[in-house]
Write a protein that binds this ligand. Structure first.
Ligand code: FES
Ligand SMILES: [Fe+2]
Length: 361
């Protein structure tokens, strides 16, 4: 069992999915319920009523509070129970009738939950990603989509930071145009809880693809890959950077760990071409197909959870993935280790959290 980070903001859902109806989210086998109050703010509570343990996500929202589906107890956004319908009016509410609540933020189209020590001063909490490039939001068409993968979230994250897998994992699709023996070397810029690197595949072999035809000759492909602990990445892809009108794609991805071996990957695909909403599905299906090429291989990794660095081999091309592991280690060494539920927590009702195609798009 690998160790996971405590005291971080975890991406857990698309903002657009959270409405005034309760929504169950499972992270590390823990149930959470999220909803939007009448002021539009997202509320996050533990999804377990202290009375008999019912999933509040099966309940309903009443005046900005949530009612339990079993006996209708009413809880405020801060988790305090303010009404027990079966009690005579004026009966005191037991002080223990309280649910754990979690700090929430929304940014870049995602909802983030602070998972950790509530007493840690806000200034000491690693911040959400900031300064993502403006052009993503001002000039690109964005389309969200969701994949459910039977793989560890860090392993999935790492493949999105990997410049040298393209020629193997994606050899039947866009990797075709990159020579097998491309040497991959690049500097990594490291920050407090994130890092970024860029690499350009200079020498592309000829291909008869329509894209090459449109761009003329041999388009350059550049990748700029960033990660933000604990579970967020940005990939920026530029095709034909040596031409006047490069085609640009970008993917923001949240790797939401349902458990150590199951991850809901929530992706927003950005594109600077054909910005018509009716084409969103075509592009997200293409992105899902390429992501599936990664997933098929990542699901085969043994072990799934990250072993010690010394138990695997590392080469220069792995530098960005190594930066991820080292930064993670830095915080784990500080004692910021998430209490492990050991995958034994009650998982009844977890079907509610299974992604469905209707959740997005
Ligand atoms: S179990 Fe929630 S009110 Fe009884
Ligand atoms: Fe990939």
């Amino acid at each position: 069992m690998s160790k996971n980070l405590n005291n971080f903001w975890y991406v857990c859902e698309f903002s657009s999915v959270i409405t005034n109806k309760p929504k169950q989210i499972i992270m590390f086998n823990q149930r959470f319920v999220l909803y939007r109050n009448p002021e539009g703010q997202v509320v996050a509570l533990k999804d377990q009523c202290p009375h008999r343990g019912a999933a509040l996500s099966l309940g309903w929202i009443d005046d900005g509070c949530i009612r339990c589906p079993y006996h209708g107890w009413k809880y405020q956004a801060d988790g305090r129970c303010i009404e027990i319908p079966a009690n005579a009016p004026g009966t005191p509410i037991p002080p223990k009738a309280r649910i754990e609540s979690y700090p929430v933020q929304e940014k870049y189209g995602f909802v983030w939950i602070f998972y950790g020590d509530r007493n840690l001063p806000e200034t000491e909490r690693p911040p959400l990603p900031s300064n993502l490039p403006e052009y993503l939001f001002s000039t690109m068409r964005a389309a969200p989509h969701l994949d459910l993968d039977h793989a560890n979230y860090i392993r999935l994250m790492e493949t999105n930071l990997d410049f040298s897998h393209v020629i193997a994992v994606h050899r039947k699709t866009f990797g075709q145009r990159i020579p097998l023996n491309s040497t991959v070397r690049y500097p990594v810029e490291e920050y407090e809880s994130s890092a970024v690197a860029e690499f350009t595949y200079e020498s592309l072999s000829k291909s008869k693809s329509l894209l090459n035809f449109l761009l003329g000759g041999r388009p350059q492909v550049s990748l700029r890959l960033s990660f933000f602990l604990p579970n967020f990445t940005l990939a920026e892809i530029s095709v034909g950077g040596d031409t006047r009108f490069p085609i640009k794609f970008a993917v923001l991805a949240g790797y939401c760990p349902i458990d150590e071996y199951t991850t809901a990957v929530k992706r927003i695909l950005f594109r600077n071409i054909l910005p018509f909403p009716w084409l969103d599905k075509v592009f997200t299906q293409l992105d899902a197909k390429l992501a599936w090429e990664d997933t098929m291989v990542i699901e085969s990794l043994d072990p799934q959870t990250l072993p010690d660095m010394s138990e695997e081999l590392h080469v220069a091309a792995d530098a960005l993935g190594i930066a991820l592991r080292k930064l993670q280690q830095k915080y784990l060494a500080k004692g910021w280790v998430l209490e492990s539920s050991d995958n034994k927590l009650d998982n009844s009702n977890r079907h509610l959290a299974q992604p469905s195609a209707s959740l997005v798009n």
